[in-house]
Write a protein that binds this ligand. Sequence first.
Ligand SMILES: [Zn+2]
Length: 343
Amino acid sequence: MAIKHTAVSYYGMNYVEHAKQDFREMREHGCDTVILALTEFDLDFWFPNINAIVRTAHEEGLRVLADTWGIGKYFGGENVSLFLQNNIHSRQVSAFTDEPLNAACFNTNAFRDYFMRLCTRLARETEVDGFFWDEPHYALPKAYASITGAQGDDWACRCPVCQAKFKAYYGYDMPKIMNDDVKQFRWREAMVILSETGKAIKEINPKAEITCCVHATINTYYVCELRGYDNWDLVASCPYVDVFSTTIISWDLPEKFFREITRRTVEVAKKYGKQSERWIMGYNKRPDDWSQIDKVVDMYEKMGVDRLGTWTYRGGYGTSVAAPDALELWDNIGRNYKRVLKK
Ligand SMILES: [Zn+2]
């Protein structure tokens, strides 16, 4: 087994000459791929600069993936959303209270078109090697297995658009209590936006690769996050997804949990002939002992993971989600990347 790619995410979309230095540091830390965490502000305000950043990364020997980071609060990420600022409609709605939520409904034509425009513009006007779809999700619910929140009975989305689509398909009003039809509806609709956009990207650039990274949750009979992408077979079997990835696990969770998520990630990816990717927590927390990084990386490699990803450059140094000893964490991840990346 061998690790084929080692990625790290990056926020700095401002000045090419600064990015160049950072890309050199990534190479020195054993990275062969940079995942550009593109905010809606970057894609709007800094768009003229994005391809210069992409070209610079290529010059420094890095592959470049565009992460549509936190867009519409449909994807994971701490950044703010222009879509939510500029649209008072097309939001997800709570099933129990009918209140609009602070997340775009990705089953509306308005958001589907918005996302399509952003991705196809990047595919046409930049030289990115691919796209990274980072933790797409319905706003509610979550389960205790998630690192991002607790379980609730309320769910989304029961907006007018979702209700009309549900009724047209099943022939009765969308219920407020989640049933099997609602679960199936949410899974199916969740894949429409990604499939349509993936198809459009590949029509523009057949070489563009697409990674879909879903929450690393247990998803058994008893425990399921129910955020729309927890049916891993549906995600990995999508013909436009090249890499099936599951997201970061906190260093505090038991080794058994790492092992179980990794086993299932590799298994599902292989079943559909896709590459698998597992992540390393390079922000927010550090392991008590640096050797835990070595152990987890060894486990990933031995279990047949194709690619490693780390969130984020320099351990999030200088941000509100920086890890303690962020630079030392980054150095330890770099040491491991250099150790396992297939030459
Ligand atoms: Zn909706």
